[in-house]
Structures are given as C-alpha cells and as structure tokens.
Design a binder for this molecule. Sequence first.
Ligand SMILES: [Zn+2]
Length: 1024
Amino acid sequence: MSNPYQYGGAPPPPPTPGSDPNRQQYPYSPGIPPQTPQGAPGYMQQPPPTPGAPQYGGYGDAGYQQQAQGGPYSPGPPPTPGYQNPQDAGFQGLTAQMGQMGINEGYGAPQQAPARHGKKKQRAFHTLDQAPEASGPPPLTPGFQSPAQQQFPNQFQSQFPGQPGTPGLANPNQFPVPANPQFQPANPPASIAEYNANMRGPTGTGRVDPDAIPSIPVSREAAAAQYKTQIYPTMELHHPPPALTDFVAFDQGNSSPKFCRLSLNTIPSSEELLKSTALPLSLVIQPLAPQKEQELPVPVLDFGDAGPPRCRRCRTYINPFMTFSQNGAKFVCNMCLFPNEVPASYYSPLDMSGKRVDRETRPELMRGTVEYIVPKEYWAKEPTPLRWLFAIDVSMEAINKGLIESMVKAIRRALYGDEKEPLGEGEEETAETPVKKIPPGCKVGILTYDKEVHFYNLNANLDQAQMLVMTDLEEPFVPLSEGLFVDPYESQSVIEGLLTSLPNFFALVKNPEPALFPTLQAAFSALEATGGKIICSLATLPTWGPGRLHFREDSKLFGTDKEKTFFASEHQEWRKLGTKMVEAGIGADFFLTPAAYIDVATVGHIAEVTGGETFFYPNFIYQRDSPKLEEELIHSVHRETGYQALMKVRCSNGLQVSSYHGNYLHRNAAADLEFGVIDQDKSVSISFSYDGKLDTKLDAHFQSALLYTTASGERRVRCHNIVAAVTDVAKEGLRFVDQDAVICTIAKEAAATMTEKSLKQIRGLLTEKCVDILAAYRKNFSGSNPPGQLVLPEALKEFGLYILCLIKLRAFRGGNVSSDMRVHAMRMLKSMSPAELSLFLYPRIIPIHNLEPEDCFADETGHLKVPGALRASFSRIEEGGAYLVDNGQVCILWIHGQVSPALLVDLFGEGIDNLQAIDPYLSELPVLETHLNCQVRNLLQYFKTQRGSKALRIQLARQGLDGAEYEFAGLLMEDRNNEAQSYVDWLVHVHKHIQLEITGQRKKEGADEGISAANLAGLRPPYW
Ligand SMILES: [Zn+2]
C-alpha cells in the first residue's frame, strides 16, 4: 500500500505445489458462500504461472517507470466544477480554528455490556443469564446446534481485543499512520495538550492532519477484523456490529441485528432523559433480510387452527420474554404485563426454576425471530403461490434503445437460468431436469404495451403464444380468462418462443407513445383476484391515453420553494390506483431507462406505495447498462418476496409508536402498515415516544409482526422480538447507540419531508440535528474535557461525517439536479437497509495497482483478505493508480492517465496496454489467468455479497476520457464537492456551532426562515 509503484515490485515466492496456502481447497464456510457465476469462478485460487505472461515483478521497469520519464505528471483532479483538491485549498482558512479544536472521543471501549443490576430476573428465563455479559465465552445453549459454533473455533476469545483507553486519546487505533504523516505519534501523547500541540504540526503552521479525524474505513476494518473470528450472540452483546460488517449472528432470543436495529440499545427511562441526548428512539426493521448460510434459518411453526398463542389484551405473539406462572397455567405478557390463561393445547408444567420443561424444544420461546403459519382468520383471500406479470414497453423508444432486448433476456434468465454453454467436442446432451428458478406453483404472465395493451395466451398446449389486443384504454379489461398466467416450466417453449419473437415483431410497429396508466389498470384487473407482482419496463414519458403524463419539470424553479412540487405525483388517478393495488395485494417494480424527463415521481409512486422498487437507468446504453438491468431484474424475481402484507409493531407499556418511515401504504396513524409486496431488501424505520416513565427494573420490549403470503403461497406471520435494558443514566444509553440505526432513521425521515420542505431547509435541519446530538453529548455527558475541544461520543464517532454524506446525496444536495434523480434517490433512502445505506453514504475505495500478492485470496480463516480501503478523498489518490469505488449502487473503476501498461494488460488482456484501448462500455472484467485479474475479480465477487438490490457492474472512468469521472469525483465524500464542505471544514463548522450552543449563543441555521429541527418529525432537539 505504501509503494505506489508496487506494480513492478517484489516478485512473490515461487509457487511450490502444496505449500501455497491459497492453493488449498478452501471451503468458504465462515466467510462468503462460494458463488460461481458462469464464466467467473468464485474466489479463485491464485492462477498458475502462465508461460510467457509477465509475473509479479516483471512489469515495473518497462512499465510505469518508462511512463514516469515520459513527461511531467500533472495531478489535476477530475474536471468537476466546484471540486477542489483539499491539499490545494481549504485548509489554510481553518487552521486557527482546527488548531484549537482538538478532537477527542468519549468512551474508550464502548462495546462492553452495561451492568444490569438486579434485572436478570426479568429476563424471562433466558438460559444465558448466568453468563458473564461482557467477556468470556458465551456458552451455547444445549439444544442449539449452531453451525456457527463449529465454524468459529476461536470465536470465544477476547470479545474486545486491543482497545486500550488512553487518557486524552481514547482510541489510539483510530489514528492510522498516514502515508505522509505530518505528525507521527511514535508514542501516544501523554496529555491532551501534547496531542493538540502535535495536531498543530511540528512547524507550528497549524495545519491539521486529516488522518487525525475519525475515519470510516478504519472503523469498518476494525469491525470486519473483529467479526471475522467472532459471532454476534444477540443476548450477550448489546452493541451490534456496524451494519456493513460481514458477521454471523446467533439468535439467543433477541432478533439478529440483520433484521432489527434499535437506535439505543439501552433506553433512557423518561422522555426528558431521551431529550437530553437529542437522539431518536427508533427501530429499523428489515423483516425479510437475507441470512448467511452459517446462521440458523428462521424456524417456521404451525399451531394449526388455533394459531400461535397471543396475549389476549394486546395481541402480542408468544415470545421468549413472556413468563409462565402457576405451574404453567398462566403466561404474563412482556408488553402489557397481562396474565393470560395458557391454552390447554399449549400447556406445559414448569421445572424447579420456573421454566417450562419443554422450553428448549420450543423455538418460539428460544428465538427472537420465528415465523408462524397462520389459519384462515389471518387470510384476506385464499393464499396462492405468487403470480408474476411482466409488462414490457414495446414502444419506439424501447425498441431503439434495446430495452426490449434487455427485458426479454432478463425474463428468460430469471425464469430459466443462463443459457447453457455450447457443448464441447465429444460432450453429449444430458437430460437434466430444468432448474426451477421460482418457487413451485408460481405462475407468470406477460403483456406488452405501446398505445395499446397486448395480452398473451401462454397455454402449454399451444404451438406458440396467442396475442390478444386490448384497445379500450378508457375501460381496460383483460381479454382472456385462461392462459394468461401459466406455470413457466410447463409453458417454457411457448414463453421462450414469445420472448424471442417480441423484439423483431415490434421493430416493425414502432408506436411512439406508450400508454402506461391503462396498462397498469389492466395489470391490476388481471391480478385483482389473487394479488401478485408486476414488473414493468418503461423507456419514455408515457404520454398516451388516460392518465398520460406531461413534461412538468421547470429547471427555473430548481432551488426555490416550488422545487418540491416536482417530487410528488400530481395525479389523483395514479394515487388511487396505487392504493387499490395495495388493497388487492399487488406490488410493482419499474425498470426505467429514460433519455429525458420521465416523471419518476408519478410513475414510481406506484412502486413506492405498493412496497415495490424503481430501478433507474438514465441515459441507458444497451452495451453498458443491459447487463446491470438484467441482473437487477433477475434479483427482483429471485429475492425473497412476500405479498399482501401488513406490519404491526408493539412495544412495552410506557412507550408508543410515534411515526413510521419507509415505502408502504399507511392510511392513518392508528392503522397497520400495508404492503402490496415486500422483499428482503426493504426496511422501515419506526420511531417511539413516551407516554409514561419506564421502570428501570424491567426491560423494554418491542415486537414486530409481519403478516404476509410467501411466494410459495403460505400465509405466515414473521415475528421479530427485541429487548433493551432501561436506564436512569442517559450516559449509559449513549454507550450503546447504534450509529447505523440513528443515521438510517434520520435519512428516512429527511427523505419523507422532501415533498413538504425545501431542500435548503432539509439540509439545514440535517445540520441542526448533527449539531444537536453532538452538542447534547458535549454539554451533558462528555465530562471534564477542555471547553474548546471537540469531543465525539465513541459510538457516534463517524456520525458527523455520515450526516455530511447525507447532505451531499443527490436527494438533498444543493445545485441543479433533475427531479427524477432526486425522487429516485429519495425513494431508495426510504426503503434502504442500514447496511446498504452505510455504503451508499460513504463508498469503499480500494486501490488495485499496489495489491500485495496474497490480497484478495482466502486468508487462513477462509475469509477473503480484503485490501485496506482508502478515505474518500482525492488527496489519497496516487498517480499511476487504479481504484475500485463501490457505493453499492455503482462500482466505478477509475484509472489514472499514467497507469502502467502492464497493469492494463494484466487486467484487461493482451493488446490492451493503454486507456484508449479499453472498451468504454465494459461492464465486467474478462476472465484471465493473470494474478491481478484474478485478485480484482475476487474482490468484485466479495463486493457482490455486500449489496442490497443493485447488481454489481463496473463502470469505467478513465482519467480525462469518461463522463463517469464526474461520478467518481462526487463520491469522494471527504472533499469539498456536491455543493458542500469538505470533511475538515464540516467538522470545524459543526464544532463552532457546538461551542455556540454550549455558551448559549447558538442561532439555529435556517432560523431566519422560521424553521427548526422540531419540524423533522420525531427528531425533537432537547431544548424545549
Ligand atoms: Zn399483552
């Protein structure tokens, strides 16, 4: 990492068969399940030396150095307006402030569990009560066969290694040794004064070392390293790993953080105490989140016609925190404390310690997350396997852009898998059973539309599909009763035949204007009886027929108060249709590929309100973007999906739900959340308020219940149970803040206000919220640090930076951004999981020009050795370098103009030794036998395991050649860009306001406009 010219560096030891650790067959068990997409082996072994191919150490002299002699290097930043290299500018004005600012973090070791004095009795017979909470091996409960247990032999070593608390420098690990350090702390400074003196630099210039401010990559790496060999036992630890961490959770009665994250894992006992922290009390739930192979699957339980036992008073489902009494005859509800009769069919005697004797055989009493199959009274309509309706835009623009091609390819791959490799010589066709890609019983239908809607009879008995045209756009109907929805495997030849013929057929028609709204009405009619999921493509503004849309954006209004009107749908008819769809259990995903305005606000409203998703490809170029669209559509079909869903969240006496944020239908404050469809990638945030004081002797409980129909047609309730201690000492609560949950809640709330407030107001509110929280900590909890010092709570070290990243997102940033872009980003924020959001806010940047030979292969633990990520700043970019930048939505491969030709050849293949030679539309790497190519493909494979709904495809950004360079520059979140400050400037700004707050002189930003942070729902600051 330190040598930028390593791509000419030391040769690796010669490969000795048998001695190379990377040559072993490594089972990828604790880390990442092996994924071997066609043509791209999973995490590959290091390739054998290829005769003739240059090996490590063979490049350099002729490569980079020659280039280096070739001319003076001019390290210009990418040509982005407003972008400035922070090394060139921005620091000088800060020095005085920063020099005195100082940075310190609160608490040294935040993750240890709080002492729970006298509370264990309330812990509902948790078998782990006896375990020491902070350290030592978590004993696994007899009866649990945890696969994780076997795979993590060393998991129970020190839980919290190496976090010594040095006075004045709480966490020395936070300060990595920089590449060009201005201050090298050979020894940790003895005092804050010494540290501050060092911060001012040896020459007394007052320059600030940007390495000394909290770093997201460093924190992420620390968590990744910790959870490589350690599981997260959900009852013993109370501070979940950062959301982006690749970890294995062990459900001990409290739901995994993959499903539920509380903003505060120790809850203040009163509203006043919560206010003193300025933090929200919220729960972020991703109810169908994917689990790792090593994690226990969610148990599915069937209580027959009786249904799962529930509290008679508050309807809470039975869970591990309900207590049994009167020798098993009664159970006391953990939410409302009501003593219920135990139904006879559920009776079990208690043992000496008061536990049910059958407890360990009952997952609903042992696990935080369980699923119940529910009887008829929970049905809205007869549950059936999910029906998919593909609605394909076949108007002129879709033909011209190749969108039809993309859609038919994607649908074929989603249903039947990738096309088979052509048979090699001597190979014979085998009669394999076709791989079924969607659950048994699911049916699919296909319709196409331009200014008419075309249905297809796909009956398996037909030679080919029959088209039926529906021309009545005023009153759309479905012109066939049978053959519209078919088993895709029985009708495979008919469907494949239709998909093959569509592009050519409509190339002859070319109607320019699509009639989307009547199409969606027809789709609604087709699915009304059963519910189901619509997947709809659209290439251009739908300007035909009833519900047609028009160009209503006016860039003159950007930046004004009226801009927000573009973010909401104007059309009552569209809104009504969305509501009707949810009622019928229908949801829709859209794939939009516009060249210009397409009114995402209105079209995507249907996706938003039904719980679906909009995939957005502005300036769609078939060669570059089709692979991404195809994979995203396939993911959309294959991901865990339920439909006709209702969600209810219950909580302990003393708390109540105050607001929800996400993409769903919510009719009124008292109603449940309704989803036409819901899938594994979606999350919602629920905020709570107090209606009384909480008893610190009792824990606070939360239960979310998602009633839904699975894709395979079973009506179920998925329950997540979360418990947290209650404290009278708010400072204790601050130790267990979940930064990701706080950010996720704030982001979703801010997104939800976009249709009501101006963007400037929202940016102001976000800034205020950041200052509120950090100032509250500084005022109330940070102890005796010098007044001029910026002190950040350990658990919220990167909070300020994440808020800055949020302000820089397309949804909220200043300047001119099309409303389609903004609305799309807004809806994504509302449904994104904490993990996806974390990466979206702050990307991962990995240099690939100086990888160590063993990087990007499995290490001794079987995990991929991931090279260190860089801070997102141009100052970290090296000349001649190549970088992968991944924010979970796009993955940019940025290559410096003076990159080594040898690197290009190794990465892209023979003959590609200069930037111009690379295919500008390249979206994946070729499969080559070179070490570097293999490393980078392994790395990309790893990235894939950490994504939400978006496919990983490379977008090329060659210095000085590709437009994606702008995107790259915009992702350098620590720099001054996106109409907002650099990280250093931002911290100075925030610090200044914290000081004003402490001294009572703060004037809120935006106060002139009569707004305050109180307007951000549920996020009231502590000042009133
Ligand atoms: Zn109850």
